[in-house]
Design a protein around this ligand. Structure first.
Ligand SMILES: Cc1cc2nc3c(=O)[nH]c(=O)nc-3n(C[C@H](O)[C@H](O)[C@H](O)COP(=O)(O)O)c2cc1C
Length: 163
């Protein structure tokens, strides 16, 4: 399975999950970066929550890899205001139509993804969704437990993808 793991992170938890996935499936990593937006400090935190809830898009740096070149594109976001973050929303709007199969993931502090996966699914309507994984941010800190959980999930994704 040729995998691409695309993600955005503000404080590093979604990156830890993305790295565990890339390592488990031998895939490549693509970190999304916003252009001209500051997410640091209390002002950045408030802006992030508002942008997530209002389902905003932003300008992101151009992706280095083409989604169409991969069997499965893994796409991950932190949950912001019960939804996906603007950088991932923008990426899916721009590249979602090129994806054959998609596996979705998110990290959050609460108990579930809220409306994150539903929104992501609506943005990749032409692709087949072959997995969803929501991980509490604090669980991303336990590297060994995360590795095992992700390895099991990647096996399920491989089977669902038939790749
Ligand atoms: C502005 C903002 C809004 C958030 N909203 C939610 C939320 O609605 N539900 C939730 O469970 N976690 C929420 N969180 C917590 C993050 O989803 C969680 O800390 C996540 O793991 C951070 O990922 P990151 O380290 O990759 O940025 C929010 C965090 C921020 C900064």
């Amino acid at each position: 399975m040729k995998g691409l793991v695309v993600f955005f992170t503000r404080t590093g938890k979604t990156r830890k999950l993305a790295e565990a996935m890339a390592s488990a499936c031998g895939g490549e990593l693509e970190e999304l970066r916003e252009v001209g937006i500051h997410r640091e400090g209390i002002g950045g935190w408030l802006r992030a929550g508002r942008d997530g809830m209002r389902q905003r898009t932003v300008t992101i740096e151009p992706a280095a890899r083409r989604a169409a070149d991969y069997d499965v594109v893994f796409v991950g976001s932190p949950v912001w205001g019960g939804n996906l973050c603007p950088a991932v929303r923008t990426y899916l709007k721009e590249a979602g139509g090129d994806m054959k199969r998609v596996a979705l993931f998110c990290t959050m502090d609460g108990k579930d993804d809220g409306g994150t996966f539903a929104s992501m699914r609506s943005l990749v309507a032409s692709a087949r969704v072959v997995g969803e994984l929501a991980v509490r941010g604090r669980d991303a800190g336990d590297a060994e437990a995360l590795r095992t959980r992700v390895a099991d999930w990647i096996d399920d994704v491989r089977r669902a993808a038939g790749a």
